[in-house]
Ligand binder design. Structure first.
Ligand SMILES: [Zn+2]
Length: 81
């Protein structure tokens, strides 16, 4: 049996994809209550928007947004089916 010293290769035990949380059907637009596809992190917290309101507020919010997570492309894919 070989003993791994430094180069022990682990299976994927740790989750890596925590940087960009996936939005789910439980996430709702702060403006209209529709399913949220856009998540904006600002100084005071985070905001959720549907594709429509995300676009609407993007111009204003992009100036203060720390991060802009946009899954609205997924919406378009859904509609194509
Ligand atoms: Zn909305």
């Amino acid at each position: 049996m070989s003993q791994g010293e430094n180069g022990t290769v682990r299976e994927e035990t740790g989750a890596v994809d925590t940087l960009e949380p996936q939005l789910t059907a439980a996430d709702r637009c702060d403006s209209c209550g529709a399913q949220a596809y856009i998540r904006v992190v600002v100084k005071s917290g985070e905001l959720l928007f549907c594709a429509h309101h995300g676009k609407k507020y993007q111009e204003k919010l992009s100036a203060i947004a720390h991060s802009w997570h946009d899954e609205s492309a997924r919406l378009l894919e859904d509609q194509r089916a």
